[in-house]
Design a protein around this ligand. Structure first.
Ligand code: TLP
Length: 346
């Protein structure tokens, strides 16, 4: 059966054009920095973000880890959102592998960290305290609804970082979704940051890979750390070839995914038993909703029943779901999903 897969945008398989480019990619040994396709991808990524340099990494998780390790010494403190992927979904790599102490700040409903909380959490010089080194924000903020954080907000965080001699990292796994939703350039959302991680393998449809961008020195350090954690890849040009298509052709179409997410939300809002987070406020490619108490099915039972109807969905909590639109979900898929939910919950 051909499934409609709404579990995540990470499920996106490469397009025929990507597969062709991958098969024909010119390659070399990237640990020697000899792979022309990887080099081209890194140059283009740096250019797109207006940063000095970029590094191709196997995953978003590794990109964030390298950023934390490159910015911080063991025992340093990094501010992270309590609902951030870095804090909740990266197997504690920052502390387990880097000895970096997380300082979780509450994510506000709009996905931001309150500026006053950031200011209040900067450690004073005291023998008891850690050294605050880094502020991390996530854009779009996944768990808060796939919400985009504005350029104005990012600039304010950047100002706090600068005034306090702190580094500033953005987990921009879906930064191009944020840029599309806000109708701005990614540079506007990332200029104040010292480093940005973004993913090629989510809404941008590549099969594998993420990028880290920042200064030349930062990227040199991240490259060394990437080797340390076993992420030095060899003929990685076969992957970078898809990444180039992501950058060239996939960033401009994300609005379509967002429109379909809104359509999906509007349809699901009519289904009895579902309570949408923000049916009108969906701004990117994620639709979150809860089950009403009267629904007697468990989330797992719903997952199974939806699968039987050809739709793959994943739960995001005890009574909660997250559906994600992407390149391989068309209008028909959206309609079919709405109908399947209506039948399953009848
Ligand atoms: N997110 C995945 C899951 O791990 C939850 C998803 O389906 O959304 N930052 C953010 C904001 C992410 O959402 C993710 C992946 C990552 C980093 C990590 O990227 P990968 O999966 O490439 O390591």
């Amino acid at each position: 059966m051909e499934y409609i897969d709404l579990r995540s945008d990470t499920v996106t398989k490469p397009t025929p054009e990507m597969r062709k480019a991958m098969a024909e990619a010119e390659v070399g040994d990237d640990v020697y920095m000899d792979d022309p396709t990887v080099n081209k991808l890194q140059d283009q990524a740096a250019l797109k973000f207006g940063k000095q340099d970029a590094l191709f990494v196997p995953s978003g998780t590794m990109g964030n880890l390298l950023a934390l390790l490159a910015h911080c010494q063991r025992g340093d403190e990094a501010m992270v959102g309590d609902k951030s992927h870095i804090y909740t979904n990266e197997a504690g790599g920052m502390s387990a592998l880097g000895g970096v102490h997380p300082r979780p700040l509450m994510n506000q409903r709009d996905g931001t960290l309150a500026l006053d909380d950031i200011r209040a959490s900067i450690q004073t010089e005291d023998v008891h305290h850690t050294i605050t080194r880094l502020i991390c924000i996530e854009n779009t903020q996944n768990v808060c609804g796939g919400v985009p954080l504005t350029a104005e907000y990012t600039a304010q965080v950047g100002r706090i970082a600068q005034e306090n001699n702190l580094r500033f990292h953005i987990d921009g796994a879906r930064i191009f979704n944020a840029a599309a939703a806000l109708n701005v350039d990614v540079k506007d959302l990332t200029a104040p940051a010292d480093s940005v991680m973004f993913c090629l393998s989510k809404g941008l449809v590549s099969p594998v890979g993420s990028m880290l961008v920042g200064t030349r020195d930062f990227i040199a350090r991240a490259r060394h750390l990437r080797k340390m954690v076993g992420g030095g890849m060899r003929q990685a040009g076969v992957l970078a070839a898809a990444g180039l298509i992501s950058l060239e052709k996939m960033t401009g179409r994300l609005g379509q995914d967002h429109a379909r997410a809104r359509k999906l939300a509007a349809g699901l809002k009519q289904v009895k038993g579902l309570v949408l987070d923000a049916a009108e406020g969906i701004s990117t490619n994620m639709v979150y909703f809860n089950l009403e108490d009267e629904v007697k099915l468990s989330v797992n039972q719903i997952v199974d029943k939806m699968k039987k109807r050809g739709v793959l969905v994943d739960w995001a909590g005890h009574r909660r779901f997250r559906l994600v639109t992407h390149y391989w979900v068309d209008d028909e898929g959206v309609e079919k999903t709405i109908k399947a939910f209506a039948k399953v919950l009848k």
